[in-house]
Design a protein. Sequence first.
Length: 236
Amino acid sequence: MDERKTPLFSEIAEASPFIEMPELDWSSVTHDLELSTFNSGMIIYQQDTVANYIYLVKKGRVRVDLYSYSGEYKSLFFASTGCLFGEISTIDGLPNRGTAIATVPSKVYLIPKARFQYEMSHNIQFCNNVALLLARKFRFLTAEIELQSFYNSYYKVGFVLTHLVRSYGTKTDEGYRLNIGFTHQEMASLTGLSRVSVSKILSDFKTRGIIDKRQGNIIIPDVDALYKMLLENVNI
């Protein structure tokens, strides 16, 4: 197996479900807006509704979930600093696909649709920012299709862990500490696995020394061991 052809070692490795783009300048639409605060667990908009705003995360984390008619859900992505969400509805005029919910206390700009549409028509830099963000989301969703189609459950959980390390890991003497509260249910909703399956896999990772848990935080003692495990579980 050529390592470069797996999601971990290809361009797909950059397609994390944790979308944070603080380098993008959105000041043309935010300079005169007040921030809205959403506490953890608050719903920002519901699936299949037409919202009056486009949303931009200033601080915090918002999860966008896709629900089935039976109430089951799959997490699409997590929006953090600099990430818009709800913009597709304004672009194509259709209802939002997904429910947006704050997973931690979050500060969010609510951008009126008319303002967004004006900037799209008159501001090339704003358009470039939107295009970059849409490309980022497209790369992730392409990676998600590949992950769900070709890779086994151990790979799926390990793949999410690598992105948690990239986005929220801090190097310590013990390894990489994940500075984020992340439940087994959230991992299940990202990977398409059951919570029980995720719990068993993480328990096995701990037994094998791939992860550890101290003071409520997950530790990755050796990232290379995590990468090796991924390669051992390529299932294509």
